[in-house]
Design a protein around this ligand. Structure first.
Ligand SMILES: Nc1nc2c(ncn2[C@@H]2O[C@H](COP(=O)(O)OP(=O)(O)OP(=O)(O)O)[C@@H](O)[C@H]2O)c(=O)[nH]1
Ligand SMILES: [Mg+2]
Length: 256
């Protein structure tokens, strides 16, 4: 599959399916890279890496793009992760480096705050093996406790997903999720341009290029450590980023 930004858009509507992890799937033969980004996540990084290693039986590359001033990079390196140091320039700039640094056939992303279910990695891989280009974990389809996602965050995430569904005809329930698996070619075929809106761009532009996308329900846990992102800045960036690809608006990249 060759995905390019110039590919004529066409519609591949995939049903969003509820899926439950049974815990006993065989691991995939595809080479996997799990990539994450960190801004002072020393409380969570050890747990996230050990969960990834347990879920993949140690058979995966782990890449951490780190902008911390705490012990996060030392902990990550001591546990076998490849650490790339970068000045803190925002979520999307760091995530873009991480996405393009993974050497696997499949690149799986996660926040490094212990919110996402690393034990579901085999299920994400299974759907890529079945032919999906992107498998996206939806927190809003899963069983969500209010203390893990406050009502205002829930509303914002619901709004962004609903806007995407209405504007693009792509049935989605979560475009701001941090847990997705991508076929490597998808990531290298598009010149990504947003920063805080990158999670939405990462699903909208591949969809417009004809990628097959599967959304599955995931649980979402309470964060370990302090939040690093400014909700208002991210929220405004998502509003701009989600509308941009529908109307072809030229928007200052610093606002995305
Ligand atoms: N390298 C790097 N990582 C960053 C930067 N900003 C945020 N991060 C990381 O990006 C990930 C997402 O940030 P969070 O603070 O969890 O934001 P969030 O997921 O919107 O908020 P919660 O739902 O409360 O977790 C975390 O792993 C952060 O450590 C940055 O400038 N550079
Ligand atoms: Mg988070």
């Amino acid at each position: 599959m060759g995905v390019t930004a110039s590919t004529v858009p066409f519609c591949v509507c995939e049903d969003v399916e509820r899926a439950r992890y049974t815990g006993n799937q065989e691991m995939s033969h595809l080479k996997l890279s799990v990539v994450t980004i960190t801004l002072n996540e020393e409380k969570a990084i050890g747990k996230v890496i050990s969960d990834v290693q347990a879920a993949t039986k140690g058979d995966c590359e782990i890449v951490v793009v780190d902008s911390s001033t705490d012990r996060t990079p030392e902990i990550a390196e001591s546990m076998g992760a490849r650490v790339i140091r970068q000045q803190p320039k925002g979520y999307g700039i760091a995530m873009r480096t991480a996405l393009l640094s993974g050497s696997g056939d499949v690149i799986l992303t996660t926040d490094c705050d212990d919110t996402y279910p690393m034990e579901m990695i085999p299920q994400f891989l299974k759907y890529v093996e079945e032919g999906y280009d992107i498998v996206s974990g939806s927190r809003l389809l899963g069983h969500l406790k209010p203390e893990n996602m406050p009502p205002l965050n829930w509303f914002g995430n619901w709004l962004f997903a609903t806007m995407t569904s209405v504007l693009y005809g792509f049935a989605t329930t979560d475009v701001t999720t941090g847990m997705r698996a991508y076929r490597r070619e998808v990531l290298h075929g598009i010149d990504w341009e947003t920063n805080y809106a990158l999670p939405a761009e990462l699903i909208i532009r591949p969809y417009l290029s004809g990628c097959k996308i599967k959304e599955i329900a995931i649980p979402y846990r309470e964060r370990v450590g302090d939040i690093t992102l400014n909700k208002w800045r991210s929220g405004k960036a998502f509003l701009r980023g989600i509308t941009k690809y529908k109307f072809g608006w030229q928007i200052d990249p610093n606002l995305l």
